[in-house]
Design a protein around this ligand. Structure first.
Ligand code: SF4
Ligand code: SF4
Length: 374
């Protein structure tokens, strides 16, 4: 099982799509849910109880998460020294990566780093100076011997040209990433749809950009014999190649991947902290192998592409922050993604057949924090 450990609810950045949106949404409550608005700011249970919890699952994987997890460097070290986990990963904004000593950084299986693309775009969304500091820290950890997977984790909205920015992340003079994942800022907030132009952007920019990017991805396989780890493409293409039917969320939320709040309660996903209706247990008395599983509503299970999409996002499905009409535009992006990749499957099969690439090139660690469906 995979567990996001929410080490703190605090963050050292004020990004537009998170802090900025939260300010705009301040009066938008959750009338259908009981919410705990008073979670401890820092982890309030002891590391020993986390160890007792994890020991019950020989395949327990921990993902350090926040807020910004590196605000709690000492706790990360305590956990890495004392908790028996198969792997440890971190999802971080990277600003404080230089505070974690190489002996710990180098033991991380993967680092998911929040970066939205080039300097101009990253600093626009995340604040001036963010890009430089993050890139410097990433160069530092590579110099200090980090050999694990470094995943650029983009948040994507109207200012993003997905084709241009993903290509930039894959190949640039600063620091090229071999793994990229992105998630749309869509369906997470109540009041944002009316003040944004998601419809125009998704139809005129994002969807065509994805189609171009899929073609670029397969051209690269053909020309270089390499399958770039673009997570949304990888997950869908692998399912299509193996003829898998996807009947559960690809991100794993609520069945394979959970989050442990700062007070030790277990919720299906980090975005669902404080939603008491979805408290599924507590690390002090629940076995990691017996955490309750959560199903998606009919909004997804009755959808004609459910068996390839898998449902996108449990939080969005349950909280319904966007109207069905608005959310339909998000589903159209999924439809476009699936269609475009499906159209390229015959070409990919040919490349596998002639040995240019192999099926194993599409393998990846599932539930590592990359949701697959953006
Ligand atoms: S396309 Fe939309 S409605 Fe269909 S399964 Fe995916 S998220 Fe659910
Ligand atoms: S896609 Fe999954 S992991 Fe991501 S926010 Fe939604 S439920 Fe949580």
């Amino acid at each position: 099982m995979f567990f996001h450990i929410i080490l703190t609810t605090e963050c050292n950045l004020q990004c537009r799509y998170c802090f900025g949106e939260a300010l705009e949404d301040v009066d938008a409550d959750f009338p259908d849910f009981k919410i705990d608005y008073c979670l401890p700011k820092r982890m309030s249970y002891d590391v020993d109880s986390l160890d007792r919890f994890c020991r019950q699952d020989p395949d327990c994987v921990l993902i350090f998460y926040g807020g910004e997890p590196l605000l709690c460097v000492d706790v990360i070290k305590q956990i890495m020294d004392n908790v028996k986990a198969k792997h440890s990963l971190i999802q971080t904004n990277g600003l404080l990566l230089d505070r974690l000593e190489p002996e710990y950084v180098n033991r991380l299986h993967a680092i998911l780093i929040s970066i939205d693309g080039d300097k101009a775009l990253t600093d626009f969304y995340r604040g001036k100076g963010t890009f430089r500091k993050v890139i410097n820290n990433l160069k530092l950890i590579r110099r200090n011997g980090f050999k694990g997977e470094l995943i650029a984790r983009m948040t994507v909205m109207e200012q993003t040209d997905i084709y241009k920015q993903v290509k930039w992340l894959l190949n640039n003079d600063e620091l090229s990433f071999s793994s990229v994942h992105w998630q749309l800022n869509a369906g997470f907030w109540k009041n944002d749809f009316s003040r944004r132009d998601f419809k125009k952007w998704s139809q005129e920019n994002y969807n065509p950009g994805i189609s171009r990017l899929v073609k670029f991805w397969v051209d690269h396989m053909e020309n270089e014999g390499k399958v770039s780890k673009l997570y949304p493409f990888l997950g869908i293409a692998q399912s299509l190649l193996l003829d898998e039917k996807q009947t559960v969320l690809r991100c794993g939320a609520g069945w394979m991947n959970y989050a442990i709040q700062t007070d030790g309660y277990i919720v299906p996903c980090p975005t669902m902290w404080g939603i008491k209706n979805y408290y599924l247990g507590h690390i002090s008395y629940t076995s990691p192998l017996k955490v309750k599983k959560i199903s998606l509503s009919e909004l997804c299970t009755k959808c004609d592409i459910f068996k390839i999409c898998g449902g996108r996002c449990l939080y969005a499905n349950i909280t319904k922050r966007w109207s069905p009409k608005a959310y339909g535009l998000v589903c159209n992006t999924v439809r476009n993604l699936v269609t475009t990749i499906s159209e390229e499957i015959p070409r990919i099969r040919k490349l596998i057949k002639v040995g240019k690439i192999g099926l194993k090139d599409f393998e990846f660690m599932k539930f590592n924090g990359c949701e697959i469906i953006p």
